[in-house]
Design a protein around this ligand. Structure first.
Ligand code: URA
Length: 247
């Protein structure tokens, strides 16, 4: 049996207004479902196929949304915080600049994984909980590539230790990592797990402090170099398909 969604609930989920606001809009005849005015908030509609028009503006229900952010430094990877600016605040601000929040299920969107407050770079935000789970599950060993700058030269011995796997805490050994593009005090490092402060602790274990950390990729998803820090863009269909297929 297919259970369709009530029209007023659908409009709420699309962020068009509160339940009472959307009921008013519907009753006043401001809402069309597939070009027909519908005045009963309790009307059930198939949210996946209908086109909603409200006060002349057309909306499509997108059950899943996917945004790539170039996370700026100084914001925390959380959905809400009383004191600190969060990545959801950044997302909301960017969406408001380009087209507004209507139609976007903001309350269900979360960041996939965590970056430290001072870490910049690729952060995926989505309301697709399954994808999020698959990308973060330790079983799946999804690779994450970072650009790192340290407070001193990175020696070949350090590279070897990092690549072999290194103790970063009591009985906590990292899986082998891949170091590339080493140049003096900077390199890229690819890891396939996500321990707390992992990159910083790995470099600390070989005697270096990380002074700049930027995530470049996660699984098949690569940071769009055109995005400045604090900017977002929607993922392309190809990017979403690749992520969903290969995790
Ligand atoms: N490793 C860290 O130490 N910090 C991050 O933000 C991500 C990975």
């Amino acid at each position: 049996m297919i259970i369709f969604m009530r029209l007023d609930k659908l409009l709420c989920e699309m962020n068009i207004g509160s339940r009472s606001q959307v009921k008013e809009l519907i009753k006043k005849g401001f809402v069309c479902v597939d070009d027909t005015v519908v005045k009963k908030p309790e009307t059930h509609v198939d949210e996946n196929i209908v086109t909603i028009t409200c006060q002349g503006k057309v909306y499509r229900y997108a059950p899943y949304v996917y945004y790539m952010m170039n996370k700026p430094s100084g914001v925390i990877t959380a959905t809400y915080d009383e004191k600190e600016r969060t990545v959801l605040d950044v997302l909301r601000g960017e969406l408001l600049k380009y087209g507004g929040l209507a139609g976007i299920p903001l309350k269900d969107i979360s960041p996939v994984g965590r970056l430290d407050k001072d870490t910049v770079g690729l952060l995926l935000l989505t309301n697709n909980g399954n994808l999020s789970h698959n990308l973060l599950s330790p079983k799946n060993h999804v690779s994450k590539k970072y650009f790192v700058k340290t407070d001193g030269p990175i020696s070949d011995e350090m590279v070897l230790a990092l690549e072999n796997g290194i103790m970063i805490g009591y009985e906590e050994k990292t899986l082998p990592a891949v170091i590339e593009d080493k140049n003096q005090d900077q390199c890229t490092i690819t890891i396939t797990e996500g321990k707390y402060h992992q990159i910083k602790r790995m470099f600390h274990a070989v005697g270096r402090n990380v002074i700049y950390l930027k995530r470049l990729s996660m699984g098949t998803l690569v940071l769009d170099q055109r995005l400045l820090e604090g900017q977002i863009r929607e993922l392309t269909k190809e990017e979403v398909d690749a992520l969903c297929l290969r995790t």
